[in-house]
Write a protein that binds this ligand. Structure first.
Ligand code: BG6
Length: 511
C-alpha cells in the first residue's frame, strides 16, 4: 500500500502557524537621528527581539554625521526603546541586542565613511555569524537615495552573492510626481534587483489593513454586496489631530495629497476595490492591486471633485495652536495644502458609478482612519415617511485606527408603540475579541524585510499608477496658483470639501 508522506508541520517552513523568525543578518539604518528612526524603527527592532523573532546574532548599525562612538549610539537606541517600545523592557533582551549595536560616523558622500561601514559589517559578519546578509534602511530624504545606493554599489555592499542577500528599504515619498518616481526607480533598480527593493508604506503593515483582506475574502457574507449593485459610495478618511510638528522642511511643498493620498489612501482604495487574488503571494496580490489602480482615475471635473485646505491658528483640543503659515520654517506665502479631498472613480464592472471619496488632513477634530462603504437605500420602504425620518444609509465601517474594529450600521425599530426607525451600530472591536495586542506596523514590515517576504511592499508599478491618478490633480492645483481655503483647527476641514460631497448628494461621515 502506498501511503502519502505528509509533511511534518514542525519542519515545514511554509507552515504559517509557526512564528516567522528572521535569520542571521545586519540591519543598517541611514538617518538614525531622525524622528522615524527613534520613534518607530529602533523600538520596532527591540519589540521584535523581545518577541523572540530576531536571531541571537542579529546586528544593528547606525550611520549618521554625529560624533558618536558605538556606546553613544547604543544609548540613543536604549532611550528610544525605553520611551517608545510597545513591549516591556527586559534587561536580558536588551543586553543581547546591544552587543550587536555599532555606529559608523560620516557624510553620505564620503567614500571613507562607506569603507568604514563595509569593514564594520564585515567584522559583524564574522563576530556575530550574520552570514553576509545585509539590509540597508534609507530613512533619509529621497533626494539622497541616489548618493547612498551609489555608495553601496561602489563599496561592494549591493552585490548579490550566492547564498547571501543584500536588500534596500526605502520610505515614501517615492518621488513627487510620476516623472520623478520613474527617475528614482531607475536609480534604485540600476543597483538593486527589484526583488531586493522593499518600499515601505507603513499602512500596509497595520493589522487592521490586513484584516481588510480577511474580512473580504475569508467570509461569504460581504462579497455578494461588495459592488455597485449595493454600494453607492465609499469614503476613505485619514484624519489627524496634530499639525506638522517639526517637519516643516519635509512637508512644505509636499502637502497632504503627496504625503498621504498617493500612498496610504490609494493603497487602502486598492485593497478595498480589488478583485480576489488567487493567493496572497506577492505576485498575485500585486497583480490585483495594479489592475484596480489602472482602472481608477481622477475626477473629470477637477474643480468640482477636489478640495484642499490649510489649517488656520486658534484653539484645538483645549490648546492654543499655530496656523500652518505661522509654523516655524513655513514661508508666509506657502500654498501647500494640509488637507486634501478627492473623488476617484473606478472604471470597471464592479465599481462603475460608485464614487470613492478620499480625504486627509492635519489639525482636524480627532485622529481617525477608516474605510466606510455606504449602501444604497432599500428600493422600497413599506413605512410612512415619518417612520423613517431618522434612517440614514446602511454602512460598513472598517476602523483602521484607533479603536480598531468593524462597525455595521443599519436601521432598527426604536422601542415603543410607534414604528420609528433609527440607525444603530453593530460592533466588532479588536480589544474585545482578541487578547493579543496588535504589533506595530514597523515590527511586521521590518521582520518581512529580514525574511525577504514581499507581499506587503508596493512595487514601482503601483507607485507609478498612483502618481498617474494624482498628477492631474496636483497640476490643476498648481495652475490655480491660489492659496487653499483656511480651515479652523479642531474641525473637519474646509467648506470646499463639504460642497464637493454635497454636489453629489452625499455628506462626509463624522467618525
Ligand atoms: C506618514 C505621514 O506617512 O503617516 C505623516 O508622512 C503622518 O504626515 C503619518 O502623520 C501618520 O501615520 P499613522 O500611522 O500615525 O496614521
Amino acid at each position: 500500500m502506498i501511503t502519502e508522506e505528509r509533511p511534518n508541520p514542525l519542519r515545514d517552513p511554509q507552515d504559517r502557524r509557526l512564528p516567522r523568525i528572521a535569520g542571521p543578518c545586519v540591519l543598517v539604518i541611514f538617518g538614525v537621528t531622525g524622528d522615524l528612526s527613534t520613534k518607530k524603527l529602533m523600538p520596532a527592532v527591540y519589540d521584535l527581539a523581545n518577541r523572540g523573532l530576531l536571531p541571537p546574532g542579529f546586528a544593528l548599525v547606525g550611520f549618521a554625521r554625529r560624533e558618536w562612538e558605538h556606546q553613544d549610539f547604543a544609548k540613543i537606541v536604549h532611550d528610544a526603546v525605553k520611551e517608545h517600545a510597545r513591549t516591556p523592557f527586559r534587561e536580558e533582551v536588551w543586553k543581547q541586542l546591544s552587543e550587536g549595536i555599532r555606529f559608523v560616523r560620516g557624510e553620505l558622500g564620503d567614500d571613507e565613511a562607506f569603507d568604514r561601514l563595509r569593514r564594520t559589517i564585515a567584522d559583524l559578519d564574522e563576530a556575530r555569524g550574520t552570514g553576509g546578509n545585509h539590509a540597508f534602511y534609507l530613512s533619509i530624504p529621497p533626494g539622497l537615495f541616489p548618493t547612498v545606493v551609489g555608495q553601496l554599489r561602489e563599496h561592494g555592499m549591493a552585490d548579490q552573492l550566492p547564498g547571501r542577500w543584500s536588500r534596500v528599504v526605502i520610505e515614501k515619498p517615492f518621488g513627487h510626481d510620476l516623472a520623478s518616481a520613474r527617475e528614482l526607480n531607475q536609480v534604485v533598480s540600476s543597483v538593486f534587483p527589484s526583488s531586493s527593493v522593499f518600499r515601505i508604506d507603513h499602512y500596509l503593515g497595520k493589522e487592521t489593513v490586513q484584516n481588510l483582506l480577511a474580512l473580504r475574502f475569508a467570509n461569504q457574507l460581504f462579497e455578494p454586496v461588495w459592488n455597485n449593485n449595493y454600494v453607492d459610495h465609499v469614503q476613505i478618511t485619514m484624519a489627524e489631530d496634530v499639525g506638522i510638528g517639526g517637519r516643516a522642511g519635509y512637508y512644505d511643498g509636499i502637502g497632504a495629497a503627496r504625503d498621504v493620498i498617493q500612498n496610504h489612501l490609494l493603497q487602502l482604495l486598492a485593497l478595498t476595490a480589488m478583485e480576489e487574488p488567487t493567493s496572497f503571494e506577492a505576485r498575485q496580490l500585486r497583480a490585483e492591486k495594479q489592475k484596480v489602480l489602472a482602472a481608477a482615475r481622477p475626477p473629470r471635473d477637477l474643480a468640482k471633485h477636489t478640495a484642499r485646505g490649510i489649517y488656520g491658528g486658534g484653539w484645538a483640543g483645549g490648546e492654543k495652536v499655530k496656523g500652518y503659515l505661522e509654523e516655524d520654517g513655513i514661508p508666509a506665502d506657502s500654498t501647500t495644502e494640509t488637507y486634501a479631498a478627492i473623488r476617484v472613480d473606478i472604471d470597471n464592472r464592479r465599481w462603475a458609478g460608485v464614487p470613492f471619496y478620499l480625504r486627509t488632513g492635519k489639525r482636524l477634530a480627532r485622529r481617525v482612519t477608516e474605510i466606510a462603504l455606504g449602501f444604497k437605500r432599500a428600493p422600497h420602504l413599506p413605512f410612512t415617511e415619518t417612520d423613517t425620518e431618522e434612517l440614514g444609509y446602511n454602512a460598513l465601517v472598517l476602523r483602521i485606527q484607533p479603536d480598531e474594529g468593524v462597525t455595521l450600521r443599519f436601521g432598527a425599530k426604536v422601542p415603543g408603540t410607534q414604528m420609528e426607525i433609527r440607525e444603530v451600530n453593530m460592533d466588532f472591536a479588536y480589544g474585545g475579541s482578541f487578547t493579543e495586542s496588535s504589533p506595530e506596523a514597523y515590527e511586521r514590515l521590518i521582520l518581512d524585510v529580514l525574511l525577504g517576504d514581499p507581499p506587503l511592499f508596493p512595487q514601482h508599478e503601483e507607485v507609478e499608477l498612483s502618481w498617474q491618478i494624482l498628477d492631474p490633480i496636483l497640476d490643476y492645483w498648481a495652475d490655480l496658483g491660489t492659496r487653499p481655503e483656511t480651515y479652523r483647527p479642531g474641525g473637519w476641514g474646509p467648506e470646499e470639501a463639504n460642497q464637493m460631497l454635497a454636489r453629489d448628494g452625499f455628506s462626509w461621515r463624522r467618525p
